[in-house]
Design a protein around this ligand. Structure first.
Ligand SMILES: [Mg+2]
Length: 188
């Protein structure tokens, strides 16, 4: 069965949070060792207006410096070879963020069929429009919204997404795990 697999970028394809944390620590003069809340403003005890300006000022570096997550390239290439489609759906914005993101994908040889820049909007629109069968994200809020559409969701484990998961959302601990889960759920 050919699947449409939806993938998030930050915290899923890209190991973004270590880069964000390092730059945020410099910017705020802090020594945070773990981002354990998906609301970064709480972790740094600052407001979002200030964080937005930090991201705007540093977007070029923040979105080009992260490494690809271990195992992501191998798995995505494996899926494409198996005939699945890869739809990347990110909360990053169109325009400058889109440009930096596309360069990052190419530079890192990340293959895909399509990339959707949802910006601040919910990812559910893109998930429905592209008839995605299974989505991989790292934010519980996204996982909940997508699972509510009766679409399988895999949540890549991170310090900021701990806690009990609702039905339909499966926690994965690595890209190998993600690959195995999809094989297990959809093989027939
Ligand atoms: Mg993410």
């Amino acid at each position: 069965m050919a699947l449409k697999i939806g993938l998030d970028i930050d915290g899923v394809i890209a190991d973004s949070f270590p880069v964000f944390r390092e730059e945020l620590n410099k910017y705020y003069g802090k020594d945070i060792i773990k981002i354990d809340d998906c609301d970064i403003s709480k972790v740094y005890n600052v407001d979002w207006a200030d964080l937005d300006s930090f991201f705007d000022q540093n977007v070029e570096y923040l979105f080009s410096a992260p490494k690809v997550m271990d195992g992501a390239l191998e798995t995505i290439n494996h899926w494409l070879k198996a005939g699945h489609e890869i739809i990347i759906v990110t909360a990053r914005k169109k325009g400058l963020e889109e440009k930096i993101t596309m360069e990052w994908l190419h530079k890192n040889n990340v293959p895909y069929n399509e990339v959707v820049f949802a910006g601040g909007a919910s990812k559910t629109f893109a998930v429905k429009e592209h008839l995605i069968d299974v989505f991989v994200d790292d934010f519980i809020s996204n996982a909940l919204e997508i699972a509510a559409l009766n679409i399988a969701v895999l949540l890549l484990d991170a310090p900021y997404n701990q806690g009990k998961l609702p039905e339909g959302v499966v926690r994965c601990y690595s890209w190998e795990d993600i690959k195995n889960q999809i094989e297990k759920r959809f093989s027939s």
